[in-house]
Write a protein that binds this ligand. Structure first.
Ligand code: DAK
Length: 257
């Protein structure tokens, strides 16, 4: 695995997304490595922590340089790969904690929302900037965010693409706790160990029970969201915005086409 590390501390597993030169942005290879790390989890792993390498970013989103040139079919295939993987994280038998150590943008924020519990460092920043790039979140974020922060805040974040800092994320229930960057992993480890010390069958049953309602409709809704996502790839606005990001400049004004 080039882009993911799997470590263990007792019966707590820690997966680190490790592509710091691109702020841990998700491309096919990163998603493949993350899937491989999940394959390696065992029943003895009673809690999983997911974090990002480096001090600046959890995950700065899906890889815009890759998405820029995708056509609709390629975009839907990439989206489905990430969406299925995040669904797998959401339905892992053991609890999953996202330790958000910096930027959690786009697909990175979506991954954090597929985890059971989110804690963050003081420098964490959350946003769904997809509409500024001519697309919508494609890894299930449109379906999960309202359940995490309520419909009104969810829509504000989705429609505006604005950034939310850690303190606001805490006040709206997006994260459970905020820590100094230096202590984030230690605190994540303490919480995970506390969970891991409890009766595993009971913890797994509790997770399944809480997710019952979510699971009932989510798969069908994710499919519809994927088609909506794909349709954005037939627009000039998407090409304009993603090309501008890669060329490190502002996009031309959007044309609604
Ligand atoms: N993709 C690719 N490269 C990225 C990246 C990203 N999302 N974010 C950062 N990088 C790269 C930068 O290009 C730069 O590379 P070099 O120029 O050094 O080669 C390096 O990481 C460092 O970034 P910066 O130089 O920009 O660092 P700054 O501190 O100045 O700024 C930043 C940090 C996080 C504010 C900035 O990098 C930024 O705005 N990044 C983009 C954030 C973003 O818009 N993320 C959302 C991406 S959209 C779907 C699947 C998925 C999705 C949607 C649909 N389907 C297919 C259904 C999800 C979409 C997204 O996630």
């Amino acid at each position: 695995m080039q882009y993911t590390r799997l470590e263990r501390n007792g019966n707590v597993a820690i997966v680190t997304i490790d592509r710091p030169d691109a702020l841990n942005a998700l491309n096919d290879a990163v998603l493949d490595d993350l899937a491989t790390a999940l394959d390696a989890l065992e029943q003895k792993d009673r809690c999983l922590i997911i974090t990002g390498a480096g001090s600046k970013s959890f995950i700065a989103g899906a890889d815009i340089a890759v998405m820029k040139d995708q056509n609709k079919l390629e975009a839907v295939a990439f989206g489905k790969k990430g969406s299925d993987l995040f669904r797998r994280i959401e339905t892992l038998p053991m609890p999953v904690i996202a330790a958000v150590n910096g930027y959690a943008l786009g697909g990175g924020f979506e991954l954090a929302m597929a985890c059971d519990i989110r804690i963050a460092s003081e420098n964490a920043v959350f946003a769904l900037p997809e509409v500024t790039l001519g697309i919508i979140p494609g890894f299930g974020g449109t379906q999960r965010i309202a359940k995490v922060v309520g419909a009104s805040m969810a829509k504000e974040m989705l429609f505006s693409g604005r950034r939310m800092k850690a303190d606001e994320a805490k006040s709206c229930g997006l994260v459970n706790a905020v820590y100094e960057p230096e202590t984030l992993m230690e605190e994540a480890g303490k919480l995970a160990s506390r969970i891991a010390a409890n009766a595993p069958i009971a913890v797994r049953a509790a997770k399944t029970a809480v997710n019952l309602r979510t699971d009932a409709d989510l798969d069908a809704d994710l499919e519809v969201a994927m088609q909506l996502y794909g349709s954005c790839y037939e627009t000039a606005d998407q090409k304009n915005a993603m090309t501008a990001f890669v060329e490190k400049r502002k996009p031309e004004p959007f044309e609604d086409r």
